[in-house]
Design a protein around this ligand. Structure first.
Ligand code: MSP
Length: 533
């Protein structure tokens, strides 16, 4: 079918619990997703970037109760005041925002579970066992750790460090156990479906221990989507939430309708980005659900690490959450995006510190890239009346930068498509360092002293601006605001079109900026911190 050729690159973030406001751990996943999807757009691909919120379940229900409002009022308020604004704060360009209270979601969730039930994978049975409300998870004995101190004698959830609750209720079960062998075979044949390797290994060892069936409904929870065949129960929050990835792109709609065509062009997801704490849901339960309904499986689940505070996962429960605006008000959204993807290897844990962030901001952004851009635009203004000069014959020094840019483009592309953001960013940074070194060595301010050097001076300034053109495109998905500004300072909009329309595969083509382009010395891209505070 011709349709298959136009499948969109489809990336999702987890949908976030709206029991509280977002912290930088949540913003981290969204930012990574945003950078990756913007990168794929720059490659000329059609992209669909979905994020959203997980509004049902006990955790949200209890938060609303404590807040003295109904769950619906609670989620409406938090979504409007916190979760939608944070997307703007981090400068995310998502295509859709799904709420699990959306009717489009609820109807499709009911349809999905009807199908799975008709396929014979749902049965009634009592659940007796531990439940962690923080994780919204039925826990297995092996998941828990014995409590000490005030929790002596109790079983704790290792993620939340709090005692689990004992639950006893008549539920409906999903026959998860029926899928263990199929999942093992599937992942053995497709090891790249779970990354990084540590995540793959964790899932495989979990699967090899065998799977037990799991409740897909709750009879003691009121805030959720009613089961179509038993309205006294609601769909277990995870088995409601996971479905957002399919319902948001039209699962369950008539194939001839617009939503149905959207599903055909979007599903399956190319990447589900998740934190490592929710890997099992995404790499075991979710594909089993899809198998039970006869749907295609996602192409990749990538589990990133945690942002740590004092060696532990940053969380609101532990009062260690930092709001994204605390950092972004000071450093700006571009620096936030840069820092977290550059300083922490994606897939590993990392700690945030103000000192490290300030040091990198100053060294790499303000002094490294910002200074290069302001020197370049200032010199074109001073020596060439603000018009990009034409280059004369290129010497080895210019040829080296030209080759380097083409190489860096390939390196960054390979790394970022593989979600190795830090390697991609560092490749570009090395090019920036090389251009800065070139400026120092060529010393255009010395050339400018003697009119006999005019051609050489023009060649050097042209080379610096041409290098900045490449840097701007390569860093645009990471730092859209600053690179947009650099682009217009270079006069590139008028000369070669909007930055958003530039393609990664042509970054390495040299001499794109035409001589005569108007170069302006605009605001500094990364103001010194004293000026920001
Ligand atoms: N609602 C579920 C996900 C359902 S997806 C079908 C959930 N929500 S959450 O709000 O608790 O967390 C969502 C995601 O936020 C985590 O998977 C992770 O990506 C991110 N993080 C939350 N705290 C984090 C850190 N301290 N560090 C890094 N990411 C963290 O789980």
């Amino acid at each position: 079918m011709g349709e298959a050729a136009s499948k969109k690159f489809y990336l999702t973030t987890p949908i976030y619990y709206v029991n509280d406001a977002p912290h930088i751990g949540h913003a981290y996943t969204t930012t990574a997703g945003d950078v990756l999807t913007r990168w794929h757009r720059q490659r000329g691909e059609e992209v669909w970037f979905l994020t959203g919120v997980d509004e049902h379940g006990t955790k949200v229900e209890r938060a609303a109760e404590q807040g003295g409002v109904t769950p619906q009022e609670w989620v409406d308020r938090l979504v409007a005041d916190e979760w939608l604004p944070v997307l703007e704060t981090v400068d995310a360009r998502n295509d859709d925002f799904i709420r699990t209270t959306d009717p489009r979601h609820a109807i499709a969730v009911q349809r999905f579970w009807e199908v799975v039930r008709e396929n014979g994978y749902v049965y009634a049975a009592p659940y007796v066992g531990p439940y962690c409300v923080g994780c919204e998870e039925f826990k297995l004995a092996g998941d828990l750790t014995p409590g000490t101190g005030e929790y002596e004698g109790q079983q704790l959830c290792p993620v939340h460090g709090r005692p689990v609750e004992q639950v006893e209720e008549d539920n409906w079960f999903f026959k998860l156990s029926a899928f263990a062998e199929q999942l093992i075979a599937y992942y053995e044949a497709n090891p790249d479906r779970i990354e990084p390797v540590s995540a793959y290994n964790e899932v495989m060892s979990f699967l090899r221990q065998g799977l037990v069936d799991i409740s897909m409904s709750r009879s003691s929870v009121g805030w959720g989507i009613p089961l179509p065949w038993d309205e006294k129960q609601v769909v277990y929050v995870w088995f409601d939430a996971l479905l957002n990835y399919a319902t948001a792109v039209g699962y369950g709609a008539d194939p001839e309708s617009e939503a149905g065509r959207q599903f055909a062009r979007t599903w399956p997801a190319d990447v589900h980005l998740v934190g490592k704490d929710i890997l099992r849901f995404h790499a075991v339960y979710w594909p089993a659900m899809l198998m039970a309904a006869g749907l295609e499986l996602p192409r990749k689940v990538f589990a990133h690490g945690w942002l740590l505070v004092g060696g532990e996962k940053m969380s609101k429960t532990k009062l260690t959450g930092i709001a994204p605006s605390e950092i972004i008000d000071h450093f700006g959204s571009d620096a936030f995006r840069y820092y977290f993807l550059r300083a922490i290897a994606f897939g590993q844990d990392g700690s945030f510190s103000w000192e490290d962030m300030s040091a990198r901001y100053t060294a790499e952004l303000a002094n490294g890239l910002g200074n290069l851009a302001s020197r370049a635009t200032a010199m074109v203004n001073k020596y060439c009346e603000g018009r990009l000069p034409a280059a004369g014959a290129l010497t080895a020094a210019e040829e080296m930068l030209r080759t380097h840019l083409a190489e860096v483009t390939e390196q960054a592309d390979t790394a970022i498509v593989a979600l190795d953001f830090a390697t991609g960013i560092v490749a570009v940074k090395q090019f920036i360092d090389a251009v800065n070194l070139y400026v120092t060595e060529q010393a255009p301010w010395v050339l400018a002293k003697d009119p006999a050097n005019e051609v050489r001076l023009h060649t050097v300034l042209n080379t610096i601006c041409e290098s900045l053109r490449g840097i701007a495109v390569l860093y645009y998905p990471l730092m859209p605001k600053a690179m947009e500004s650099l682009w217009s300072q270079l006069g590139a909009d008028a000369a070669i079109g909007a930055i958003v329309d530039q393609r990664i595969d042509s970054v390495g083509t040299w001499a794109q900026l035409p001589a005569g382009s108007v170069v302006t010395k605009g605001e500094s891209l990364f103001p010194r911190l004293d000026d920001v505070a």
